[in-house]
Design a protein around this ligand. Structure first.
Ligand code: NAI
Ligand code: MG
Length: 502
């Protein structure tokens, strides 16, 4: 493992974009924060400041909510036909693809992820999400419903339902997939005719701000999307609590998800939450070993383990434990860790110093409690926030590294004896329920295990497969609601029953 250094040359548009002080998007205008405050944006590969962004606060959230309300109630947006709305959303998808390289570079620079991953996954998936959602704009339908009202004998009724946009939506997103999370949130909101105040994570505000420019270029009316960069405890909290918001959509930690919910109780605004995970990845004795080794390694190491659905608890049948875990450890040792902008990099740094310290803290805690690292186990290099891809063994069920979300490249491998209730209980022994993996050639076992795992997504002989058409979300404390697919439309619409006596 070594820290590589040969970085790509940045696109001129990227260097220019980061050089200029980034502003807030409110009502179609790029403006400074009311306080005039800014905050630094860091390159996690070096810890250096790469840009400055406006530090939005309560007052700016308030201005943005007012702009979003105006755009929702009047002006061009509510007058658009569904087809026109869909075409705007489609155009945004096209513009993302036209700016693929630029957006991928911005994402890699700001978040630290490998440029190859941003090019192949983050940016194309974001575009595809808008393209998929664009098609829904014209297909948001109600029903006609035959009535049999017992106390109105002989009266005929014409009854139907309408699905209307939920209104002004506050969206708070994390830093692990900054552009893609913006797309997951904005796509359905725009397809359904809502208006939005988006708050990107303070660690990674840049790609959402560039997306804001593309939203303007696509021709969305002013105020339909407002973007307020700033911190969670200030801008985020103000957005979650704002009485002018009809719904809050949040992705991030379970801890903050609970705060969002509390903030929403005042006016009972609608809430959807996509939160943490501690996902079990189960390898049965008959699994294709090569496939399972590369698949379970990528289940944890993809995006440096900074995935809510990371396969962080690896349950392996005892008969193949040494071979499989040895294979995952070898794969971990071969991963090229380095700056995201080096095209050879396979794993970048943790996103921030805080996240780096958090992950290193978990490593120390696990090792001091008796776990052993068969690969990795500590920080890598002396600068930037790099952590060695780590495989832990000899853990106990009550250790913090087994119970808590680490959100770093750290997997705990746990042997099991039989595919029985004990295994299922152990796999489900977590407050989370976001995802799970199963590796086997036995289709009966695969599907019966899929049925028993308490998780919103179960991957069989694959992992981290995302598609705009496939719903994603959590059981238990991993969240409320499903994003993507047609299920997400329920989160952004409400049903009105209309009943007329004929
Ligand atoms: P976080 O939950 O604090 O941050 C996510 C977003 O929420 C950011 O935009 C942040 O500004 C905002 N936020 C923070 N506090 C808020 C508040 N009081 N009110 C409203 N918004 C607020 O996550 P953080 O601190 O970045 O990471 C902590 C842990 O959370 C990670 O180690 C990981 O375990 C988990 N996490 C899970 C994610 C997921 O995709 N489910 C994404 C990011 C973090
Ligand atoms: Mg936080």
């Amino acid at each position: 493992m070594s820290l590589a250094t040969a970085e790509i040359r940045l696109d001129e548009r990227v260097t220019k974009f980061v050089k200029e002080r980034r502003k807030l998007l409110i009502g179609g205008q790029w403006v400074d924060a009311a306080s005039g405050a800014t905050f630094p944006v860091y390159n996690p590969a070096t810890g250096e400041v790469i840009a400055h962004a406006a530090e939005g606060d309560k007052q700016d959230i308030d201005r943005a909510v007012q702009a979003a309300r105006r755009a929702f109630e009047s002006g061009g947006w509510p007058r658009l036909t569904p087809s026109e709305r869909g075409r705007l959303v489609w155009k945004l998808g096209d513009l993302i693809l036209e700016h693929l390289e630029e957006l991928a570079q911005l994402e890699s620079l700001d978040n630290g992820k490998p440029i190859g991953v941003a090019r192949a996954a983050d940016v194309p998936l974001a575009a595809d999400l808008f393209h998929y959602m664009a098609g829904w704009a014209t297909k948001i339908e109600g029903n006609t419903i035959p009535l049999s009202v017992p106390y109105a004998p002989g009266v005929k009724f014409h009854a139907y339902t309408l699905r209307e946009p939920v209104g002004v939506v506050g969206q708070i997103i994390p830093w692990n997939f900054p552009l893609l999370m913006a797309a997951w949130k904005l796509g359905p909101a725009l397809a359904t005719g809502c208006t939005v105040v988006l708050k990107p994570a303070e660690e990674t505000p840049l790609s959402a701000l560039r997306l804001g420019e593309l939203i303007q270029e696509a021709g969305f009316p002013d105020g339909v999307v407002n973007i307020i960069t700033g911190f969670g405890e200030t801008a985020g909290a103000a957005l979650a609590a704002h009485p002018g918001i009809d719904k809050v959509a949040f992705t991030g930690s379970t801890e903050v998800g609970k705060l969002i919910l509390q903030a929403a109780t005042n006016d009972l605004k609608k809430v959807s939450l996509e939160l943490g995970g501690k996902s079990p990845n189960v390898v049965l004795r008959d699994a294709d070993l090569d496939l399972a080794i590369s698949g379970t390694a990528s289940a944890i190491f993809f995006n440096h383990g900074q995935c809510c659905c990371a396969g962080s608890r690896l349950f392996v049948h005892e008969s193949i434990f040494d071979e499989l875990v040895g294979g995952v450890a070898d794969a971990a040792k071969k991963i090229k860790v380095g700056p995201g902008l080096d095209p050879n990099t396979q794993m970048g740094p943790m996103v921030s110093e805080i996240q780096f310290n958090r992950v290193c803290g978990y490593l120390e805690s696990g090792l001091s409690e008796g776990a052993n690292a068969v690969a990795g186990g500590k920080r890598l290099g002396g600068e930037g926030y790099f952590v060695e891809p780590t495989v832990l063994v000899d853990t106990k069920p009550d250790m913090k590294v087994i119970q808590e979300e680490i959100f770093g490249p750290v997997v705990a491998a746990i042997p099991f004896k039989e595919l029985d209730d004990d295994l299922v209980r152990a796999a489900n022994d977590t407050v989370y329920g976001l995802a799970a993996g199963v590796w086997t050639k036995d289709i009966g076992k695969a599907h019966s295990l899929a049925g028993m795992l308490k998780a919103g997504t179960v991957w069989i002989n694959c992992y981290n497969i995302f598609d705009a058409a496939l719903p994603f979300g959590g059981y238990k404390q991993s969240g409320w609601g499903r994003e993507m697919g047609h299920d997400v439309l329920d989160l952004y619409t409400q049903k009105k029953a209309v009943c007329m006596a004929l």
